[in-house]
Each structure stands twice: as structure tokens, then as C-alpha cells.
Design a protein around this ligand. Structure first.
Ligand SMILES: *Cc1c(COP(=O)(O)O)cnc(C)c1O
Length: 414
């Protein structure tokens, strides 16, 4: 572990020399994840809410579904939040007990929900039609309910999922209808859940949502948990805002304790962070193919694009870019772009240590929603992934090859 150096967030936790070595060893583009940073975030979360008697942290695995990352969380004692039956299967393959997995699907078929019953995982439904169909099939079963608390929270409209126009959750105004379905089918409720968005920096949204969940849950006997979802904001640059976990804990812990007292039972409090746990552990290394001067701009063109890392283009998210080949270089302005035949800007007009063709750039906060959103657009191979674990580097996903691009193609005779 001694080669890993911890500094404040958004600063590289793996030494630059080490990153350069890994780029040489495995080639670029390359994803690198530092397991120490993941553990640190997990512990930070646990410590923040240590006042809660029964705290459950479920890693929202759509952020990064590499099986080894899932296994790492399983070893930490985490549970798993899943949104597709495939994620459920990956979780089981990683060794999670089915009851430590919550399946929170949206707009999936009843067939998919039935499969999750076969796998024995916990189910969290967010649609009255599915609830009714489910109840007809499995009367007396217990499910969780995702409530839409009608709160506009989150970093941008694509990642705001709890407002009145959102497709997620059962509106808390529809509780009477939900109760009727429960009576008609015999279904039971084991927990209430909300998840209102991502990059939520103001804790008041969590508190507003919590209030609604408490008000809802108090009328239902025999619930096991209340799940506050996630959406914790992490810093993307120096002095960037982040969700104040300690402040949130101060407010929520007391309110949760009061709820349990009124409810007459110690139930579990669940959070299901994705980004908070894995965003900052990740580094994406790219090779600078060309420097291109135009009349207005100096471009650095790298061997990747939105096929591998779509967040800047899709969400306008800011990711720090550092020239790890020239850390002492003079700071100059660059627009860092990819090689995809479409606009794919990683960073516009950024101050970066002087970039030369052949340098390796490091793009930060590359652990969450990066590889898991990658594609083969432009018929490019998806990158390799490396995990730093106990101070050693392990290849945890091979770089793709032409065989991978061809494996599902059925060639017909013409
Ligand atoms: C995506 C998702 C999360 C994780 O959100 P983050 O912003 O990455 O923490 C949690 N719960 C559900 C239901 C999700 O869909």
C-alpha cells in the first residue's frame, strides 16, 4: 500500500509515475481503479451514519459493474442496488446473498420481475400496473415501494428523477390506490424507497424526501426498511462542492430514531450510493495522438472519445484533465478532444501542463458511469480496466479485439 499516496479529493491518489507505468504496461486508453479509495469512501459513509443502529449501504452497481468491483464491495460487507435482471445476475455471481440485493427496475416487463423472484432478491416496485400484476402472481409476497416524492433535485434534468414529470416512482398522492391494490391482492410492503437524482448538493432535498417517506411508512405495519436512495455529489475539481454527509447525518439520524420510536420497531436505514463510492477511485488514461492549432484554439486529440467516456458530452460534466507525462510543464490552454467522427470534447479551454504529442493525459473521476456507459461506436474496442488492490495492479477486463466486434455478427451470403 506504500506506493499509494493519499491527498485531498480530486487529487491523484495513485502516484503519477505509477499511472505512467500502467499505461506502458497495459496500453491506452486505460481505466484504472484504486480499491483503497473505494474502501475509504465506503468507510466514510459508514462512519457518517454510525449513529444509526441498523445501517445498510447498497452499492448502486450501474456506476461500475466490473465483477471484481462487485466482489470488492461484497467483501466490504456492502449490499447491492440493481436496476436490471442482468445486474442481479452479476451480483449473484459476485457472491452477494440474494437478500442483500435490491432490484429497483423501471419500465421493465413483469417477466423480468418474475425472474428476480426466482433469484430470491428483494424487489422494489415503482409502478401500480406492475404492482397489481405482481400481486396477482404472488399474493402474500412482500415488496418495497419506490415513492416519487415530487422533489426537483439533481445536477441537471437528465439526472433528476424525483420530480412531478419523472417516470420514476409511485406518486405519494397515489398511496390510496396503492393501498387498494394491496388489499385486493394480499401483497405486503417491506420497505419504502426514494431516489430523486444525482449530484444533489443541497441536503434539504434529502430531508424533504425523508419527511414524505416517514409520513408514508408510519401507516404500514411490518416494514423492514426505509431506503433514502442516493445522489450524493462528489467533488470534480479543487474546492468543488460536495454533499455534506455529516450535516445530513445530523439531521437524518435524529429524525430516523424518532421515527423508529413512533413506529415501535428498529428498522433498517438504507442508502444506495453509486457515484459517491466509485467516482473518485477512477482514472482514465489516454494517449495524445496529435496537437492541432486552429485559428482560435489549440486542440489535443487523444486516442478515445465518447465511445469510452461519454459524461462530458452527455451530461456536460466537468472532469479534471492532467498531463501526467509533463507534471512540471508550463500551464497553457487546450481543448481536449477525442478521435470520434463527431464532436467529442473532454474539456474545453482548459489550463493544462504543456501537452506534447505522445503524452499521457489523466482524466479524473473516471470510476462511475464511465466504462459502464461505453460503447463500440466507430467500431472501436472498449478499453481495458485495471484494479489496484493491495498495492498491486490487476487486469480486471481485457481490451477488446476484432473478435469481440465480430462475435455476434451473422454473415449472410450475398
Ligand atoms: C443510479 C441509482 C443510484 C445511484 O445514484 P448515484 O448518484 O450514482 O449515487 C441509486 N439508486 C437508484 C435506484 C439508482 O437508479
Amino acid at each position: 500500500m506504500n506506493e499509494l499516496k493519499y491527498m485531498s479529493s480530486t487529487v491523484i491518489t495513485v502516484h503519477r509515475e505509477h499511472l505512467i507505468q500502467l499505461a506502458k504496461k497495459y496500453g491506452t486508453p486505460l481505466y484504472i481503479y484504486d480499491s483503497c479509495k473505494i474502501r475509504k469512501q465506503y468507510i466514510k459513509m459508514k462512519n457518517a451514519f454510525s449513529g444509526v443502529q441498523k445501517l445498510i449501504i447498497n452499492y448502486a452497481c450501474k456506476a461500475n459493474t466490473n465483477l471484481n468491483i462487485l466482489k470488492f464491495f461484497q467483501n466490504l460487507g456492502s449490499g447491492l442496488d440493481t436496476v436490471s435482471i442482468q445486474e442481479v445476475e452479476l451480483g449473484l455471481k459476485a457472491g452477494f446473498h440474494p437478500k442483500k440485493i435490491i432490484f429497483t427496475p423501471n419500465c421493465v416487463s413483469i417477466q423480468e420481475v418474475k425472474k428476480s423472484v426466482d433469484f430470491g432478491v428483494r424487489i422494489n416496485l415503482d409502478n401500480l400496473s406492475i404492482l397489481e400484476q405482481f400481486g396477482e402472481l404472488y399474493p402474500n409476497y412482500s415488496v418495497g415501494i419506490r415513492i416519487n416524492p415530487h422533489i426537483m433535485a439533481g445536477g441537471n434534468s437528465k439526472i433528476s428523477v424525483g420530480h412531478i414529470d419523472s417516470k420514476f416512482g409511485i406518486s405519494y398522492y397515489q398511496i390510496p390506490h396503492m393501498k387498494r391494490i394491496l388489499r385486493n391482492t394480499g401483497l405486503k410492503i417491506e420497505g419504502f424507497h426514494m431516489h430523486t437524482g444525482s449530484d444533489i448538493s443541497d441536503i434539504k432535498y434529502f430531508l424533504e424526501g425523508a419527511k414524505i417517506l416517514f409520513q408514508t411508512a408510519i401507516d404500514f405495519p411490518n416494514i423492514d426498511y426505509i431506503d433514502f436512495g442516493s445522489g450524493f455529489k462528489v467533488p470534480y475539481k479543487k474546492n468543488d462542492i460536495r454533499t455534506d454527509l455529516i450535516g445530513l447525518s445530523h439531521s437524518i439520524t435524529e429524525k430516523f430514531k424518532d421515527f423508529c420510536k413512533n413506529y415501535g420497531n428498529q428498522i433498517s436505514l438504507i442508502f444506495e450510493p453509486g457515484k459517491f463510492l466509485v467516482s473518485e477511485c477512477g482514472y482514465f488514461l489516454v494517449h495524445v495522438n496529435v496537437i492541432k492549432h486552429t485559428t482560435s484554439t489549440v486542440f489535443a486529440g487523444v486516442d478515445s472519445g465518447f465511445n469510452h467516456f461519454i459524461r462530458p458530452m452527455f451530461y456536460n460534466s466537468y472532469h479534471c484533465i492532467e498531463n501526467i507525462s509533463n507534471p512540471k510543464g508550463r500551464l497553457r490552454y487546450y481543448t481536449v478532444v477525442g478521435y470520434i467522427c463527431e464532436s467529442d470534447t473532454f474539456g474545453f479551454n482548459r489550463k493544462i501542463q504543456e501537452i506534447r504529442e505522445g503524452d499521457i493525459l489523466c482524466i479524473k473521476n473516471a470510476g462511475a458511469y464511465c466504462f459502464s456507459m461505453s460503447s463500440n461506436y466507430n467500431s472501436r474496442y472498449r478499453p481495458a480496466e485495471v484494479l489496484i488492490f493491495h498495492g498491486k495492479d490487476f487486469l480486471i477486463r481485457k481490451r477488446e479485439t476484432m473478435q469481440d466486434l465480430m462475435k455476434n455478427i451473422v454473415e449472410i451470403h450475398m
